[in-house]
Each structure stands twice: as C-alpha cells, then as structure tokens.
Ligand binder design. Sequence first.
Ligand SMILES: N[C@@H](CCC(=O)N[C@@H](CS)C(=O)NCC(=O)O)C(=O)O
Length: 224
Amino acid sequence: MAQTCEMKLLGAPGSVFVTRVKFALKLKCIEYEYIEEDLRNKSELLRTSSPIIQQVPVLFHANEQPMIESLAILEYLDEIQPYVHPLLPSNPSDRAQCRNLAYTFDTQYHPLTKEFLITREGERREELKRLIIERYVMLEEAFVKLSKGKPFFGGDDIGYLDIVLGSFLGWFKLNGTVFGLNMIDEARTPKLTEWVRRMWSHEVTKSMIPSHEIHMKFLNMLQA
Ligand SMILES: N[C@@H](CCC(=O)N[C@@H](CS)C(=O)NCC(=O)O)C(=O)O
C-alpha cells in the first residue's frame, strides 16, 4: 500500500547515486518531492544540508537531519519501510556480503570507469579498460555466489545490490555504444549479461534509468 511520507530528495539528472534512491523510493512506494540541484551552481540548500561533501543525493525526512550517501540512504529507507519490498537480506552474513560488495563497487569499480570517461591519455585508457574488464569478471563470480542461482542479486526480485549496480545500467550501455567498453559481455560475463536483460525488463527499471541524452549531458559536465 502506498504511504505518504514527508520526504524530499535533492538530486541531479544523470546521477547514478540519485537514481539509486529514486529506485528504492519507487519500490517501497514512498511518495516524495523531488528538488533538482544544479551541480555547476550549488544551492544554499545543498551547501547547508551536505556542508562537507556538497554532493547529491540528499534525503530530507520530516524533522530528521538531512541524509547523505546513497548507500546509507538505501539502508535508512529499508529500515523505515521494512515490509514493503525489503532490500537487504534478513540473514546477517548475507547482509554483510551485500554491504561489502556495494562498498567495493563504489570504491574499486566506479572510480576506474569515471577515470576512463574523463582521461584523454591513450595508454592510460587502455590500461583502465583492461582493469575494468578484469574486475567485471570478478563481479560475475560475486553474482553467482550472492544470487545463489536466483535471477537477481537479491534473489527472486530486485534487492539492495540490484539497485546499487543497476543504477549504472544506462552507463553500461553508453560505455559500450560510445566508447567500445563492454564491461558486461556475453562471453566473459554471461550471468551478468542475463542479469542486465532482466533488470531492463523489470517494470520499475524502465522508468528509473535516465535517458541516453541525460547521460551524455552528465558526461559532458564531468569532462568539462
Ligand atoms: N558517495 C556518494 C557519491 C555522490 C556523488 O558523487 N554525487 C555527485 C553526483 S553523481 C555529486 O553530487 N557531485 C558534485 C560534486 O562532487 O561537487 C553517494 O553514494 O551518495
């Protein structure tokens, strides 16, 4: 059942971290107001609610302190709305594995891809391409272990890790079509390839992933 919450999300178009939060809010049927931030001209609201890092997403919930960091926000949403589409597994060890992979992805995968997108130095790009492809092969192994033969990281339906990684679906596509970087590929990562297909065909994903144009605009901003 849909629940009306006093919730506001400060975000920017094309941000994977904002997409994660939108994804979770949608799955959990939580209503919210979306406030768009201009990252090239940061608002007073962003500067005061996230004074140190000044990044989106920021989640405001009633009289609570503003919340930052997409992974922490996902956990918060899971805790305040535990019975609607639970995201993290109930088993503590499985939960720890999920948190570990999410953290590893954000710190060991995402920075490489981001560097690949902005660096113009040919040799470094080739090296990054090789490293990224290697890491996605490891991600394939992680998927096999964590999904335990089920269609999603989260089991039979989209869970926490599906959101964390699925927020990059648009970028996976763009990296392949624009830069020839196919980190997920039928031959090297067959299970992840199937996962990507399943994710795209999920009704919520279609409305969540920003368009190619929005990603391109974001990329231009990043490169500038
Ligand atoms: N670790 C943060 C990363 C957030 C992040 O990098 N946000 C970017 C947009 S994708 C941002 O606000 N960048 C503006 C800046 O760094 O000045 C999270 O998971 O929420």
